[in-house]
Design a protein around this ligand. Structure first.
Ligand SMILES: [Zn+2]
Length: 170
């Protein structure tokens, strides 16, 4: 995935909040949910600086699903057992980290079974047709799906904003 991570972060957080009893954590859940949706790409700072673009950033630990699960499972289990109000925030953040990695698998190479198996999985290969790598993704048919997700998110967002402004006038 290239551009729709934050859209998926917003939509999935909205869906999670629908089933949460901790509505007082709503703003924090949206903040950390959307942050989680782009968080694995924090490795790009390393990739473009000290990493000197030597290996693809999907090879870094921030894009390794099993490494994340080692953190996610105990943290979310602990918060749920404690019936903490922070559980919804953690679910939104970590859930979106995993959604990021799942959607990166569509056109990016993700090492799902690392450290047990070398090599990764890509569902659809993007062929190199342009010198600048970004154009290869923008020119690929999967980018149309991303545009669809972004437009759908804008529609939901505008609907939510207009509904809340009508509710505040009543
Ligand atoms: Zn990524």
């Amino acid at each position: 995935m290239f551009a729709a991570h934050t859209s998926i972060g917003y939509l999935s957080t909205k869906l999670a909040l629908k089933y949460s009893s901790h509505q007082e954590m709503r703003n924090k859940a949206y903040f950390f949910g959307v942050l989680g949706s782009v968080f694995p790409d924090i490795d790009l700072f390393w990739f473009y600086s000290l990493g000197q673009r030597a290996v693809h950033h999907h090879n870094y630990i921030t894009h390794k699903p099993l490494a994340w699960l080692l953190i996610i499972i105990p943290v979310i289990t602990y918060l749920l057992v404690k019936k903490s109000k922070w559980s919804i925030v953690a679910i939104c953040f970590f859930g979106n980290v995993m959604l990021h990695i799942i959607t990166d698998t569509i056109v990016g190479n993700i090492h799902w079974l690392w450290p047990f198996v070398k090599g990764g999985t890509t569902l659809v290969a993007v062929t190199t047709r342009h010198d600048f790598w970004v154009y290869n993704f923008l020119d690929h048919w999967t980018f149309n799906i991303e545009i669809g997700i972004i437009l759908f998110t804008l529609y939901i967002l505008i609907k939510s904003i207009s509904k809340s402004s009508i509710d505040s006038k009543i």
